[in-house]
Design a protein around this ligand. Sequence first.
Ligand SMILES: Nc1ncnc2c1ncn2[C@@H]1O[C@H](COP(=O)(O)OP(=O)(O)O)[C@@H](O)[C@H]1O
Ligand SMILES: [Mg+2]
Length: 292
Amino acid sequence: MRFCFLVEEHYRNDGMPLDVVRRLTEWGHRVDVLRPGGSLLDLGALVRSGQHDAWVLKTVSGGPGLGLLEAAAGLGLTTVNDARAIRPVRDKAQAAVIAAHHGLPVPQTWAAADPAEFALIPQQHYPLVVKPADGSSGRAVHLVERPDQLPTLAADLAGEGLLIAQPYIANPGLDLKVYCAGGELFATERTSPLHPHHPHRERPVALSAEVAAVAAQVGEVFGLDLYGVDVLLGPDGPVVVDVNDFPSFRQVPDAVDTVAGAVVRLARSGSAWPSVPGARLVPSSAALGGGR
Ligand SMILES: Nc1ncnc2c1ncn2[C@@H]1O[C@H](COP(=O)(O)OP(=O)(O)O)[C@@H](O)[C@H]1O
Ligand SMILES: [Mg+2]
């Protein structure tokens, strides 16, 4: 098969996805790597070629790659993940609305551009976690114990755009990072950046049926095939605090083979398009019985 990988500068030297590219090549596939933002792209040539079986995106939030993936999807090409599934999880405010609507266990979430606005959140919801809606890698995530601390966040959050606030979900200091590659689920635990005094830990762990069901539902709700879910084991059970498209798969045993295998299967099935929620509900002419 022929793949086109969009890899932004941030991941230029990263094992994931470049090891996946290497493995696909070893398996006899042809992989072109495009570096949007890092090299000159002849967009006309891309449009004319139509030569790839699937386009795969590994980019950073806010980077130029997503627009290109969406353009490829707009031409009817298969993309991994489904291009329409990515924006809703890159924006944590949007993700919170969709997740809550579908009954996923997510914290109550407020959004504002100025952290001072969060002073209106009733005291009973403290402590709060305040973070940028398009944040990643723990950037500018703050634990706020009292409303009078809100003004002190302004400098760190300046220029971050829309912010969200959520009640802090009590947890022992470890995130469960659940990874999914084409339906296969894996779990690791990693020290939460909000618990800097917890001894650093990062290792594969067993996945409970309860957390596996939540992670699988995240994939269905958002229409994602390669994704990660940050889960906290709170006092009332698992809570989803973050969803990421094409995550690191760090600490997942055989991650390169697993992800490369999933990319091939997803590209073959071309499953990305119909996996978006609602798409399956649109009756096809076949389902309607042709002429009726
Ligand atoms: N509501 C919350 N309650 C407790 N901890 C949280 C909450 N939201 C985020 N965290 C902690 O902060 C970390 C980073 O937040 P996250 O939403 O995953 O943003 P990022 O996109 O930066 O990874 C999480 O992995 C988790 O440890
Ligand atoms: Mg996260």
